[in-house]
Design a binder for this molecule. Structure first.
Ligand SMILES: *Cc1c(COP(=O)(O)O)cnc(C)c1O
Length: 238
């Protein structure tokens, strides 16, 4: 059971980091939820994480998420889709995931709305914002967020809970700070414009920069490598 111990130990270390960062920032550690990102790792590793108390599991690819969710259907897990979602796959995730972190267009919102309405379910979503304006990265531009949120007024089966960002890759965790701060400020700005809009969740921070994210207000940190170890080479493209 060495693998179990090692995941449990890694998890304990990650939880320790979360608690310390939250305390340092004067926040209640319970306001930060850990999403264990299991892409590239087999279901039995996720079961190990679940045995060590993990409930929220993040995957990047729809088919991989569905396959693992089915294999682990007996466990009380909440599945998060944290990778880009193509419109033609929207129907596969409605009713199957707990939270979509990557809503980035009114067209995708409309498709999800249609599918959720047909099944009479509500889907919780976060809007992904391309804060740094990187060319290849998905996410709505900051300037387009307002109109995306406006479009979400017309989608009663989607519940927008907050914002997500993935900052540019960097060696220094501090390099992420301005991007995390921008996301929080965007959220505050949007909430000020419309008091009915709460946007309590900020999904930001990964293995390398979760402390900085928590200091800047993250409520969901997406942590893969620090829990599961290095990933095998990517199975398939998004
Ligand atoms: C893979 C991934 C993570 C986890 O990254 P680690 O550096 O392994 O913690 C978080 N968020 C997204 C969107 C990812 O694709």
């Amino acid at each position: 059971m060495a693998a179990v111990a090692s995941i449990a130990e890694r998890l304990a270390a990650v939880r320790g980091r979360i608690v310390s960062a939250a305390r340092r920032a004067g926040r209640d550690p319970a306001t930060v939820r850990l999403v264990a990102v299991s892409k590239g790792h087999p279901p039995d590793r996720i079961a190990d994480a679940a045995a060590a108390g993990c409930v929220d599991i993040g995957e990047n690819y729809v088919q991989e998420l569905l396959r693992k969710a089915e294999a682990l259907a007996d466990l009380p897990l909440r599945w998060h889709l944290i990778g880009p979602l193509q419109r033609n796959k929207a129907r596969h995730v409605v009713g199957r995931i707990s939270l979509l972190h990557t809503l980035d267009s009114p067209e995708l919102a409309a498709e999800l709305e249609k599918r959720a309405a047909a099944r009479s379910v509500t889907l919780d979503v976060l809007c992904q914002v391309n804060v740094a304006g990187e060319a290849q990265k998905s996410g709505v531009a900051p300037a387009g967020l307002l109109s995306l949120l406006d479009a979400l007024r017309e989608t009663p089966h989607l519940s927008v809970r907050g914002l997500t960002t993935i900052p540019p890759l960097a060696d220094d965790p501090e390099a992420s700070r301005p991007h995390f701060r921008t996301l929080r400020e965007l959220r505050d700005d949007m909430a000020r414009r419309d008091s009915a809009l709460e946007l309590p969740e900020l999904s930001m921070g990964m293995s390398a920069d979760l402390e900085v994210a928590i200091e800047e207000g993250a409520t969901l940190v997406r942590v893969g490598t620090a829990i599961f170890g290095e990933r095998a080479p990517k199975e398939h493209a998004a």
